[in-house]
Write a protein that binds this ligand. Structure first.
Ligand SMILES: C[S@@+](CC[C@H](N)C(=O)[O-])C[C@H]1O[C@@H](n2cnc3c(N)ncnc32)[C@H](O)[C@@H]1O
Length: 206
């Protein structure tokens, strides 16, 4: 039986995210944090030949799935997935990690910081800041709460549902995300509205 996992939402939002990447991704090495099934990275790599993609995830079953998707495509610009948890102190400290380049052009992270404890986001920003050059791109994708503005009912419901499943999870308010990013050395660049009340948040290493 194939190790390939199929996340239906990932299949749906791969193309809209790719359109953002086409406009904003610099050439070079791109780390994807929390690659999940691997569907995103395979889609991106097949359309962005100027980039080398480095997928990762802390879940061994997901790493197997990513490897299975990669094996099927036979693409030359995706590297084998690595086990990476953003709360790993070595990642956070910017220490070299086996299987990953030390300097990256950009880091992508889709649908992770709401479905993990807040420490995962803090660790993401800390480690990303150590591996990106000045102005390097950290791109987040997912649902975010826009404090002070009208939030989509679906995002508010999703927030409650996440918190019922795990009190440490929850759709993160944008001001909190910007604050955490700023504390780690990132400047907010722009917010891009995406289908189904999701967003891309573009952050730049300052
Ligand atoms: C909802 S899935 C999203 C997968 C994929 N990015 C997507 O959009 O389809 C969340 C992923 O976050 C990963 N994850 C959870 N905690 C993490 C952490 N501390 N560091 C890195 N990844 C984490 C999980 O293993 C899972 O693959």
């Amino acid at each position: 039986m194939s190790d390939k996992l199929d996340f239906p939402a990932t299949g749906r939002n791969a193309e809209p995210i790719l359109n953002v990447l086409r406009q904003h991704l610099p050439g070079g090495d791109v780390l994807e944090v929390a690659s999940g099934s691997g569907q995103h990275v395979v889609h991106f790599a097949s359309h962005l030949p100027d980039n080398q993609f480095w997928p990762s995830d802390p879940d061994p079953a997901h790493v197997q799935s990513i490897a299975a998707w990669i094996a099927e495509t036979k693409l030359g610009n995706i590297h084998p997935p690595v086990l990476l948890d953003t709360t790993d102190p070595n990642w956070m400290a910017g220490k070299p990690l086996s299987g990953l380049p030390t300097q990256l052009a950009a880091i992508l992270c889709a649908n992770m910081i709401h479905i993990a404890p807040i420490e995962a986001a803090i660790g993401l920003f800390a480690g990303a800041a150590k591996r990106l050059p000045e102005n390097g791109l950290l791109l987040l994708y997912g649902p975010f709460l826009q404090t002070g503005q009208k939030d989509a009912p679906s995002n508010l419901d999703f927030d409650q549902d996440l918190k019922r499943r795990n009190p440490a999870w929850g759709v993160r308010p944008l001001p909190l995300v910007k604050n955490m990013a700023s504390n780690a050395g990132f400047e907010f660049d722009q917010l891009i509205k995406m289908p189904a009340n999701n967003f891309c948040v573009l952050l730049r290493r300052n």
